[in-house]
Design a protein around this ligand. Structure first.
Ligand code: SIN
Ligand code: FE
Length: 288
């Protein structure tokens, strides 16, 4: 479930054999885990370790590495922007060194800072990340691209980030297959027209979202499915493709996360993508 590496610097290099093992592990649904890779904050940045940095109604702060725009924050954003830009650069450098196969093809997504304690947080069922799920976006169709995320626990008082890891993607799909329904005729046009989705929702995005929702909504699935508790200690980093790895975050506070997207054809083995797995099980093409 975990592929553990001992790096303690974001600028480490990796041997070709290790790079090969890492890409295979990642594409097979493992979490690449760096127990000793921490992200250091300056004294000024440590002042940001409080939920008070959040703007009203936000549960995390998001940063666009291309424009340096910070969203969801209250007050001065300069320090946040410096911190998040540095985290983005570190995450990007780490992936370039570890998985050079992806380097030219990775698409930069948002950086996120999550300063709220997860345990006990009130949310709606579908937004409740303490329940096992695969990541899928209701508003932003992604047409099969892989979701690759780098997480670092920056908790200052030694609190771990505790996750559940569930069953392999193929098992999830097989379990929910009998309940997966085609989209209603015209619904995807309507969602786009009403600007509920930012672009036309592909069949791939439809089924991924359905899986996400059905997993989260099913009490019996959540109770019965095989899962493992994994604790990511303060000062550790992990890399995971969250569109295929069933996961839940049970507790923890103060996390940095960087999202990247990867076109399926740029994987080492595209057959392991959720797109190809869904297409095989549903026996149809999903990108129209
Ligand atoms: C998630 O991606 O579901 C939540 C991850 C986290 O906040 O630890
Ligand atoms: Fe998630």
């Amino acid at each position: 479930m975990l592929y553990t590496l001992t790096s303690s610097s974001w600028a480490d290099s990796f041997s070709p054999a290790l790079q090969e093992n890492a890409i295979v592990a990642l594409e097979n649904g493992k979490v690449i885990y760096f127990p000793r890779l921490s992200f250091q904050l300056t004294a000024a940045e440590k002042e940001l370790l409080t939920p008070r940095v959040l703007g009203e109604g936000s549960k995390n702060i998001s940063f666009n590495p291309k424009t340096h725009k910070v969203r969801g924050a209250y007050g001065d954003k300069t320090c946040l922007s410096t911190l998040m830009a540095r985290f983005f650069e570190n995450a990007q450098g780490l992936l370039a060194a570890l998985i050079p196969h992806y380097e030219k093809f990775l698409i930069t997504g948002r950086t996120s800072y999550r300063p709220i304690e997860i345990a006990g947080r009130k949310t709606s069922l579908l937004k409740d990340d303490t329940r096992l799920h695969v990541d899928a976006f209701p508003a932003t169709p992604n047409y099969g691209k892989r979701i690759l995320r780098v997480f670092t626990n920056i908790n200052p008082s030694g609190e771990a980030r505790v996750w559940h890891l569930g069953e392999p993607f193929e098992e999830v799909v097989k379990k929910f297959f009998p309940t997966l329904r085609k989209p209603w005729l015209g619904i995807r046009e309507l969602l786009f027209l009403l600007k509920i989705t930012k672009s036309y929702r592909s069949l791939y995005d439809h089924y991924m979202l359905m899986l996400h929702d059905k997993m989260k909504k099913s009490d019996s699935y959540q109770d019965k499915v095989n899962k493992t508790v994994v604790e990511f200690p303060a000062g550790s980093t992990w890399v995971v493709m969250t569109d295929a790895v069933s996961h839940a975050a049970l507790s923890g506070q103060f996390l940095l996360e960087q999202t990247f997207y990867l076109p399926v054809m740029n994987m080492k083995n595209p057959e392991f993508s959720p797109l190809k797995i869904l297409e095989r099980v549903l026996n149809q093409k999903l990108l129209d």
